[in-house]
Design a protein. Structure first.
Length: 203
């Protein structure tokens, strides 16, 4: 390339000087253009880099916020441990009331001996049995456990009778069931004999 430039170079000193200045100007312009292109290229790279780090930072921040949020779980609504179950005269002797089964998972039974509240939970795997009025028994639809009206297990895999809740008469004369007080039944014994205090006797 140098030889080619020498061939183009004029022999007159004045023309040679002018020619050299023009060539140097062309060279400077060429280098300036190359620098501008390199600068634009780096700007694009910088932009993509910043964009990538911004995405990573946002993802990390969301993950951190989720972790912090999980340390403070939301308060779940729990039904009250006590509920009013109406007046004693609302119940018929020998019948099982399923009025509070849905909301409180409780059956209320009135017998000649008094009232008791059974926890509607199978002692096998925790399923909710059904009261079969025609057969006069509680029957678990999942695994076939059966209980009589007192909650005593007599068929299926249930290992023990169903538990009971405390029941008493409130100041306003209504029955009150306290689910915080559970009478846990042991296997092989009549619930009425295990926990006679679970029966509300009215004069």
């Amino acid at each position: 390339m140098a030889a080619a430039l020498k061939e183009k170079a004029p022999t007159d000193p004045i023309e040679l000087k002018k020619w050299r200045e023009e060539e140097q100007a062309k060279e400077r312009a060429k280098r300036g253009k190359e620098k501008a292109e390199i600068g634009t290229l780096w700007s694009r790279r910088d932009f993509l880099g910043v964009l990538g780090w911004a995405g990573f930072g946002a993802f990390s921040l969301l993950g951190l916020l989720a972790a912090v949020r999980s340390a403070f779980p939301r308060v779940l609504f729990l039904p009250p441990s006590k509920f009013k179950a109406g007046l004693p005269d609302d119940y018929v002797v020998g019948e099982v009331s399923e009025k509070f089964k849905q909301d409180f998972r409780t059956w209320i039974i009135r017998t000649k001996a008094g009232f008791y509240a059974i926890f509607a939970k199978c002692t096998h795997l925790g399923c909710t049995p059904r009261w079969l009025k025609a057969e006069e028994k509680f029957k678990c639809p999942c695994h076939g456990s059966g209980y009589d009206i007192s909650g005593l297990n007599f068929e299926g895999p249930a290992p023990r009778p169903m538990d009971r809740f405390k029941i008493y008469v409130g100041d306003d004369g209504q029955l009150v069931v306290d689910k915080a007080v559970v009478y846990t039944m042991e296997p092989g014994a009549d619930p009425n004999e295990q926990h006679p205090e679970s029966i509300l006797k009215l004069a």
